[in-house]
Design a protein around this ligand. Structure first.
Ligand SMILES: C[S@@+](CC[C@H](N)C(=O)[O-])C[C@H]1O[C@@H](n2cnc3c(N)ncnc32)[C@H](O)[C@@H]1O
Length: 274
C-alpha cells in the first residue's frame, strides 16, 4: 500500500496546485472494484481528475466515488457520488475467501472491519448456533458459515436492499447453514425459537436498545459481541457497564476496531452470560 499511495500522491502533484495539494486527502476505502474517497469541497472541481488518478494507480479499481454526506438513518447508509470510471455503485468484494456483491450506497458496508470479522470467526466453536443481529449484506453470517465450525447461523436485517444482497451472497458462497430474515430485530426475534450460543451485535450507535432481545435469546455461557463507540479514557469499562445494566455477564475479551471521532473508538466487548 505504501508504494501505491506514493504513486497516487505523485499523480496528484501533477493535477493539483500546491495549495490544493496541501488540503488533499490521500486515504480511501477500497471495496473490490470501487474506491471511496473523502474529498474536501474545495477540490470538487477537480474530482474527475483525482478519481482517474486513483484508477490509473490501482489496478482493480474501476470506479471512484466520493462521500456526499455521512452515514445516517436507520440503515446507516451514506450518499456517494461516482466521480470517475464506470458508473456503478455495486462492488464485488472478497474477504477471507468469500465473495460479496453489494451496492455501497444503498447498504452499509465497511472493509475496515475485516480484521474484526476474522477475530470473531476464530472464536466460534464447533456446533454453535450463532445470531447476527443487523446482518447487512450477510458478511458476518457468510464468513462464519465458510470459515468457522458453527452449526447454524441466523441473520436479521431491516434494510430490504441489504437483505436481498445477503440472499444473493448466500447463494454465491453456497452457504447451507445460514438463514436471514428481513425485518426489525425487535419483531423478528420473537418469532424464532430456542436460544443462541453466540450473539453478534454490530450496531455501535444503538446496540444497547437490543440488549433485552439478546438477553431473551441467551443461555448461561452465551457469548455476546457487543459493539459501541467509546472514549479512549474509559474503554472498555463504560461499554461493559452498559451491557451489565441489562445482562449479568463477565468480560472475557475486547477489541478496538478502529477510530470514530478524535479520541473515540469503535470497540467490541465479548461478554459471557452468567
Ligand atoms: C453498522 S451496519 C452493520 C451491517 C453489517 N453487519 C456489516 O458489518 O456490514 C448496521 C445494520 O443494522 C441494520 N439495522 C438497524 N436497525 C435495525 C433493526 N432494528 N433490526 C434489524 N436491522 C437493523 C441497518 O440497516 C444496517 O444494515
Amino acid at each position: 500500500m505504501g508504494g501505491v499511495l506514493l504513486n497516487f500522491k505523485e499523480r496528484l502533484k501533477e493535477i493539483l496546485t500546491e495549495e490544493e495539494y496541501s488540503i488533499a486527502t490521500f486515504s480511501y476505502d477500497q471495496i473490490g472494484n470501487i474506491a471511496i474517497i473523502d474529498l474536501p469541497e474545495e477540490l470538487y472541481h477537480k474530482e474527475k481528475e483525482i478519481g482517474e488518478a486513483l484508477i490509473k494507480t490501482i489496478k482493480p479499481i474501476t470506479t471512484v466515488c466520493r462521500k456526499d454526506g455521512i452515514h445516517e438513518g436507520i440503515f446507516r447508509t451514506q450518499p456517494l457520488k461516482v466521480i470517475a470510471g464506470i458508473n456503478t455503485k455495486v462492488a464485488e468484494y472478497k474477504e477471507l475467501g468469500c465473495r460479496f456483491k453489494v451496492d455501497v450506497e444503498k447498504v452499509y458496508f465497511s472493509p475496515r472491519l475485516s480484521t474484526e470479522r476474522e477475530r470473531i470467526t476464530s472464536m466460534i466453536k464447533p456446533d454453535e448456533r450463532v445470531l447476527v443481529m443487523f446482518s447487512g449484506c450477510g458478511i458476518y453470517p457468510i464468513i462464519f458459515s465458510r470459515r468457522s465450525p458453527a452449526k447454524e447461523i441466523v441473520g436479521i436485517e431491516i434494510n430490504p436492499v441489504a437483505h436481498e444482497y445477503a440472499l444473493e451472497n448466500i447463494t454465491l458462497n453456497k452457504c447451507k447453514n445460514v438463514t436471514v430474515y428481513c425485518g426489525d430485530v425487535h419483531k423478528v426475534l420473537p418469532t424464532l425459537s430456542g436460544t443462541f450460543d453466540r450473539i453478534v451485535m454490530p450496531l455501535p450507535k444503538t446496540a444497547h436498545e437490543f440488549l433485552n432481545d439478546a438477553k431473551a435469546y441467551s443461555h448461561k455461557g452465551t457469548i455476546l459481541h457487543f459493539y459501541a463507540f467509546e472514549e479512549e479514557s474509559t474503554m472498555p469499562e463504560k461499554t461493559v457497564e452498559t451491557v451489565n445494566e441489562v445482562i449479568d455477564g463477565k468480560l472475557i475479551s475486547w477489541a478496538k476496531c478502529g477510530p470514530n471521532k478524535p479520541g473515540w473508538f469503535r470497540i467490541c466487548v465479548d461478554i459471557q452470560v452468567n
